[in-house]
Design a protein around this ligand. Sequence first.
Ligand SMILES: Cc1cc2nc3c(=O)[nH]c(=O)nc-3n(C[C@H](O)[C@H](O)[C@H](O)COP(=O)(O)OP(=O)(O)OC[C@H]3O[C@@H](n4cnc5c(N)ncnc54)[C@H](O)[C@@H]3O)c2cc1C
Length: 356
Amino acid sequence: MIASISISEKVVIAERDPAAGRDHAFHPLRIARVVDETPDARSFVLEVPPELALALAYRSGQFVTHRVHIDGDSHLRCYSMSSSPDVGDEFQVTVKRVPGGVVSNWMIDNLRAGDVLETTCPAGVFCLPPGDDDVVAFAGGSGITPVFSILKTALATTSRNLRLLYANRDRDSVIFAAELERLAERHPGRLTVVHHLDADDGFVDEQTVNHFIDGAGGEHFICGPPPFMDIVEHALVDFGAPEDRIHIERFHPVESKPATVDAAPGRVTIELGSRVDTVDHRPGTTILQTARQMGMAPPFSCESGSCATCMAKLVEGTVSMFVNNALTDDELDEGWVLTCQSVPTSPSVHVVYEDA
Ligand SMILES: Cc1cc2nc3c(=O)[nH]c(=O)nc-3n(C[C@H](O)[C@H](O)[C@H](O)COP(=O)(O)OP(=O)(O)OC[C@H]3O[C@@H](n4cnc5c(N)ncnc54)[C@H](O)[C@@H]3O)c2cc1C
């Protein structure tokens, strides 16, 4: 069956995700300022030239991908905006050191005001849904970055009440501690921040989360280290929070590709912009890899099924998706797939990248 994509569907997609239909090029953005947040985290305030203002418009909770060149190698890493587009903030990302990490340490040690950072347009679906339900957020370490942006937006543009459980190693590693306090003061009774310090209380466990949830409903946001996220997610599910009210942003790739893939040998057709190409499928190769083998430059970012930058519409055939931490059930029903995680499972597969 070959389905066509109507114009009205494209409009819906553009409304849902402002990054849809944008370019995926890297734009050189000048660093206006570097802000020391904690001993191991820095924010980079980026200048957005007027001609890129529209392309770089974003929703709180979204991220960009930076391309950096270190010792002759190029590296791509995603960083969420800690700024909010709804409160007059300058465009800002916040990077925390990962022990032994190539890019985070390089950025913190080397980048200075005046340097240029290659940056994609914003992407991602970890955003505040419409409505006025309360927000219950869980952040660990650098996971505060998109959550901080969402909190600022929710306070400024809605009447929602917000609760944040914020876990950190110790007091010195709490990013945005003073800003969060100021926000709570400026919005009396609307923002409650509960700090959890591992140094004092051990790691967050299910009991900590249950105590914090304490009957609260609403939209739940989780971002932090994998064990923290797993504990919070399980607690919320056990508590009965509906799946579509649990929003998760994973900073770490989820390694779950099976060693063998039940992929059907056959033909793959990929549409990107004005190009339409068909090739024989190499078993185990994802749609994204196939597009690259065709010489196309498809959109991508995290390559771990988290960001939705590589999403495309499956208009014929079937695929198996290893990891999906980005697409909603509705999007899956509409035929969207994450091409970085999808391998064909039917003899003929046809995929259309909407960003044309
Ligand atoms: C959508 C998205 C948004 C992100 N937003 C932010 C952000 O706002 N701020 C931020 O600081 N980071 C953010 N990250 C993480 C960031 O992209 C990098 O993964 C992180 O900075 C580590 O990169 P690195 O090159 O220093 O480490 P690498 O050299 O890639 O990794 C070194 C080792 O550390 C592990 N590792 C990777 N990331 C982490 C981590 N966060 N904590 C602990 N171990 C890790 C890796 O698995 C690897 O074993 C985001 C990631 C995604 C996918």
